[in-house]
Design a protein around this ligand. Sequence first.
Ligand SMILES: [Zn+2]
Length: 301
Amino acid sequence: MSFNEGSNLDTSQVTGGGSRGGLAIGGGIGTLVIVLIGAFLGVDLTSLGSSAANPYDQGQVQPGGSTSEQSFEQCKTGADANRDDTCRIIGTVNSVQDYWQDALPADVGRQYRAAKTVIYSGATQSPCGTASNQTGPFYCPSDERIYIDASFFDELTSRFGADDGALAQEYVVAHEYGHHVENILGFLAKGQDRKTGPLSGGVRIELMADCMAGVWANHAATTKDDQGNTLLRPLTDADIRSALSAASAVGDDHIQEDLGGGTVNPETWTHGSSESRQKWFLAGYESGTVNACDTFSTNDL
Ligand SMILES: [Zn+2]
């Protein structure tokens, strides 16, 4: 969805990440798909941490290269968010946090804790391991930060097949903040059973985050910042189609069938099917309350 052109972006809610040279990508598409299944839009790095159990990140970042901080000077207004992917991340972070700041106490009587997003280019380190284009965006509970490279959005469209609408991108950001809300509410621990499959704790955590993204989308056009300004314009049907296309694009079955060689194996799922991901986004969007997102109380996922 579009931003109101004159609204102001708050860049203090994001920070840059150092870029440390190129990545040595080995193993070809098979490796990449395994990684994506494991970590895509996930919190999976949490449980894997930086231990040897992490199969994909350590040692793949080549030494050398220059460390550079991203500047966000180009991101001042909603108009900037409408034309620039990085500024759109910032505007979405602002709106999502504005929403949960008020909604969490109102809906479930819990205080929200602000969480920064690290916008990096190439690769950067986190307490949960190296963030890179192999991990995709993720939330790290250790430092309560979201890690995202704006260039991921190109991949979301070109590789995963989501449409290029703004809400497809905003859904990704709102999903990661959904994990932060889950952390505040104590759900993340339930997802750390290390099991996979359609009814696993991990899948429930992911679908809950999709639902929370939908809850935010419901309220985005009426959420105000500290100055009383609304960042986002009302949603259109096309916006919803964009979000659903993204939710579908990152479904485990779609990734396995269309990107991973054609064999769908539900027992290995970590994030849920395309259908489930759309369903839970819509559950949040249509109800507008986090109380509709309890994916642990049903097996009808
Ligand atoms: Zn996730």
